[in-house]
Write a protein that binds this ligand. Sequence first.
Ligand code: C2E
Ligand code: MG
Ligand code: MG
Ligand code: MG
Length: 292
Amino acid sequence: HAKGCGKNVFALFDKRMNEHASERVTLLADLRQAVELGQFVLHYQPKVDLLTGKVTSVESLVRWMHPRLGMLAPDKFIRLAEESGMIAELTAWVLRTACLQAKAWQDANLAPVRVAVNLSPFHFQRQDVKQSVCAVLEATGLDPTLLEIEITESALMQNDEYTCRVLRELREMGITISVDDFGTGYSSLSYLHRFPINTLKIDRTFILNMMKSSEDQAIVTAIIAMAKSLKMQIVAEGVESVDQLEALKDQGCHEIQGFLVSRPVNAERVARFFTDEDHLQLQNSAAQPLAE
Ligand code: C2E
Ligand code: MG
Ligand code: MG
Ligand code: MG
């Protein structure tokens, strides 16, 4: 009996594996067409200065409007794009779209707001990042000071000679360099300063737990102190509550990003934040329904 049962479990497992594999194959076929068919959109999430309450930059976050599956978040397809090599085309599209949007905002005489683009480590290793960024800036006419690149801490630590050189070149052009998900990538603090980094973004998991875990609170404090001594700007990601905001302000954190201020929203909606208003004063609006 036990044997039969085991076999059934295996058969079920096998079936699920096949379903999973065929889902992947279908999704990959869809992905191949998605760029051509224009199925991606960018949403934007503001980063706000804790002293002035004004927007300093907006991060572009890609979504796939899948014809059958609806709106897919990046965790559903970025890895597939990376593994299949499609990430090059996707990144090219994201870069171009983000730069065109930033240029359009500038041309509309909105306060100049920097746009941040997430760069995949795969892309970083395989493509000529500098050349593709230059080409996009030239084609769109965007001032390089209005572009920011986000690269995760773990990507930074891979292949560090090459990464360091490319980042330095981008930095020399006036592009802002941010390290994403900081605190999760085991970087050696002793060589962080060798990279031309403007900003550290403290990973969301530390912000999530800082109010209930003294260890996480201590890590946040330490990251802020270190960033400041290295003359880096510091952004806390994933800020959802006023308590977190207050604690981060007390610690001397420079900027926050998170649902408390806004979820990622479309270009039109994020532009409402490009005013001189103090967007942290509005933070009773945390009580308002959050719309995607
Ligand atoms: P990330 O760059 O660290 O982006 C932050 C993620 O946290 C976003 O998820 C954002 O919607 C979410 N988030 C922001 N504030 C809050 C908050 O207060 N609470 C909670 N619970 N979540 C918050 P999203 O848009 O699903 O993106 C996930 C990841 O996918 C990004 O992490 C980034 O690594 C990657 N990604 C997004 N767009 C691109 C892209 O164009 N290219 C590449 N290579 N990766 C991208
Ligand atoms: Mg990011
Ligand atoms: Mg992040
Ligand atoms: Mg993150």
